[in-house]
Design a protein around this ligand. Structure first.
Ligand SMILES: NC(=O)c1ccc[n+]([C@@H]2O[C@H](COP(=O)([O-])OP(=O)(O)OC[C@H]3O[C@@H](n4cnc5c(N)ncnc54)[C@H](O)[C@@H]3O)[C@@H](O)[C@H]2O)c1
Length: 332
């Protein structure tokens, strides 16, 4: 049977890599919905015969009424520490409203949903980055746009659980930790694209705060593998952390590794991110996942080591710069 798949946010960073893998696996027909708010790909970049149609509209405006899908990967959302800032005050209702619209239609058409939540649901406390599902573990933080993003994703998780109690909804929730790879927007404020771009254009590599905050970085291909494994498993109603604890580094170490891989002469300087993004910007503290649950349930574990990921991104970015290749939502 040919699987009918919908990917919301399919022209984005993760969506593009997910489509590449699904097309390789074959035996599927894919529709994409993307508002072009932060796309990395243009609709015409999706060339496979497996791509049925690309709808360039928001999830809110997408008409599900005449559609039938077996699987929905719901990726569409504002993203990135800087990318979310322009959605202040609107993002909460967008994330919840879009996802519940997807859930309602999925329930009617018996499609299975993957919802992309976030590690931001763990708040700022490093002790809570393990596998927790209780909302009392969220640390009440300052009211910022970043908090609106994390709490909106958390509320959406809760609504999905409650909706599924009374409706036929098959779904799983993914909480990703720092996904990296080629094609990630340089505008949303993600650390690696920012550093790589600065290193290759001889601009200062600006590290926020003292640079001691720790992150774990996971190759987008590992994430895609996890999403597909969770979609294909006969499991519903679960939450999975997804990330690579072996790739844990301080942000200052990351700056040095990027500089070395790019053989760059850029200086590394410490700065207050509020100088760059305004007073509503909030930096996260340590983010380190416990991935034992996804490993136990579907046998997923990440494969790519950090140095090879950084080198791949540097090489890709260098090639894009030298070829003067156009990518939406990338600054060159
Ligand atoms: N990249 C990460 O490190 C990371 C970490 C945690 C969670 N996530 C989650 O993963 C998902 C995908 O992230 P990404 O990094 O690929 O982001 P991305 O911005 O590259 O892709 C998201 C895509 O969704 C589109 N979009 C945004 N709002 C939309 C809407 N209302 N309707 C239709 N399309 C819309 C954008 O144009 C973009 O192409 C998001 O839900 C995000 O919250 C990402």
């Amino acid at each position: 049977m040919v699987k009918k798949i919908l990917i919301t946010g399919g022209l984005g960073f993760i969506g593009g890599h997910l489509i590449e893998q699904l097309v390789k696996d074959g035996n599927c027909e894919i529709d994409v919905v993307d508002s072009l708010a932060n796309n990395s790909l243009r609709p015409e970049d999706l060339k496979s015969p497996c791509i049925r149609k690309v709808y360039t509209c928001s999830v809110e405006d997408f008409d599900f009424s005449d559609k039938k899908y077996d699987e929905i990967y719901h990726l569409a959302s504002p993203v990135g520490p800087a990318g979310v800032l322009k959605y202040a005050g609107k993002m909460g209702s967008m994330i919840l409203g879009d996802t519940m619209k997807v859930a309602e239609f999925a329930s009617k058409m018996d499609a299975k949903v993957i919802f992309m939540s976030t590690s931001e649901v763990y708040g700022k406390d490093p002790g809570h980055s393990a596998q927790h599902e209780n909302i009392e573990k969220i640390v009440p933080a300052k009211i910022t746009t970043r908090l609106e993003y994390g709490v909106a994703k958390m509320l959406t998780e809760i609504c999905l659980h409650n909706y599924a109690k009374y409706n036929n909804l098959k779904y799983n929730i993914i909480r990703p930790f720092n996904i990296v790879g080629t094609g990630q927007s340089t505008k949303a404020g993600f650390v690696i694209p920012r550093f790589v771009h600065a290193a290759l254009t001889n601009q200062p590599i600006t590290v926020f705060g003292d640079g001691k905050q720790r992150r774990t970085f996971t190759h987008v291909k590992d994430i895609v593998d996890g999403l597909i494994k969770v979609m294909n498993a006969p499991i519903s109603g679960e939450i999975y952390n997804i990330g690579n604890p072996a790739n844990e580094h301080s942000v200052l170490d990351v700056a040095n590794m990027v500089k070395a891989c790019a053989q760059s002469n850029s200086e590394i300087s410490l700065m207050d991110p509020k100088e760059l993004y305004g007073k509503d910007y909030e930096e996260a503290w340590n983010k380190i996942p416990d991935i034992s649950k996804i490993n136990n349930h579907v046998g997923w574990s990440p494969k790519y080591d950090f140095k090879s990921i950084v080198q791949e991104i540097v090489d890709d970015h260098r090639m894009t710069l030298s070829a003067n290749k156009f990518r939406p939502n990338h600054e060159y």
